[in-house]
Ligand binder design. Structure first.
Ligand SMILES: [Zn+2]
Length: 273
């Protein structure tokens, strides 16, 4: 029965706010016709139904992507699937796959595309992902993107990519300006949230604030350049297939969230037209 709820009512009487909360049951054959026809929309009487979606959320380190993924999970009730968290959690279990992940972690190497894909596949097969899900940190490579296309087709989900765009200079400032108190852990930023007294914690006036070793200008630059090199082919790929949406990541978190929500809810982009 789970397949019946893989579509969402988009033109109900309940108003736009209820779009994602309203589930309609369809006859099984209508849904399988929809899936096999490759269309993303189905009209029954005066109601329209949309295919569920996989949201691929992209953004450079410090762009605020993690916050957006969490907001989506809270407001739209779509599970947020972060590859890093998922691998860490999966490694705690007691089976062959967990042992494989542990071995990779112990070696200090990156998990292979195949291993990450198996974990994503397993996680997204759970009931909570039946209406779609938000991917954070996946796909990272073209090989992973191709595997995701196949998985999306199998699961009957459309893929939509959203990039939270923040200019390089601002990302650099956000990261290099970050300071924290070694006593209480309070985070400051010399650009956006400076301490009252120069480099001293507001709560511990005798404690000098410290910078993380990863947040030096040099390391931040390498981090951002690596991100750009890695994701450019993916972004180009989604762009060329009309599935890419760019969001101005310099706006307030709530505004960014509203825009992302608009993209997910909007009818027009579905199916790329
Ligand atoms: Zn402190």
């Amino acid at each position: 029965m789970k397949d019946f709820s893989a579509v969402e009512d988009v033109c109900g009487d309940a108003g736009p706010e209820a779009i994602f909360d309203t589930r309609f049951q369809l006859l099984g054959h209508e849904l399988s016709n929809l899936k096999s026809s490759g269309q993303s929309e189905l009209a029954i009487g005066d109601r329209k139904f949309l295919m569920s979606k996989i949201i691929v959320l992209m953004g450079a380190p410090g762009a605020g992507k993690g916050t957006q993924a969490r907001l989506l999970q809270e407001h739209l009730n779509i599970p947020q699937i972060s590859t890093g968290d998922m691998l860490r959690a999966r490694a705690q279990e007691q089976d062959a796959l967990a042992k494989e992940i542990q071995a990779v972690q112990a070696s200090g190497k990156l998990a292979s595309d195949d291993l990450v894909m198996r974990v994503v596949e397993e996680r997204t097969a759970k009931e909570d992902s039946a209406h779609g899900y938000v991917l954070d940190g996946f796909p990272r490579t073209m090989a992973q993107a191709k595997m995701l296309e196949k998985l999306g087709a199998e699961q009957g989900h459309k893929i939509v990519a959203i990039v939270v765009d923040v200019p390089f200079e601002l990302l650099e400032k956000r990261a290099t300006g970050r300071l924290s108190c070694p006593v209480c852990g309070e985070i400051y930023n010399t650009y956006s949230k400076p301490p009252t007294n120069d480099k001293k914690c507001d709560f511990h006036p005798h404690t000098e604030l410290v910078q993380r070793v990863d947040d030096t200008a040099e390391k931040v630059k390498i981090r951002l350049e690596t991100y750009n090199e890695q994701t450019k082919p993916l972004i180009d790929g989604y762009d060329s297939t009309g599935r890419l949406h760019r969001i101005d990541g310099t706006k307030k978190q709530e505004e960014i969230h509203k825009e992302i929500e608009g993209i997910i809810r909007s009818n027009g982009f579905i199916g790329g037209h």
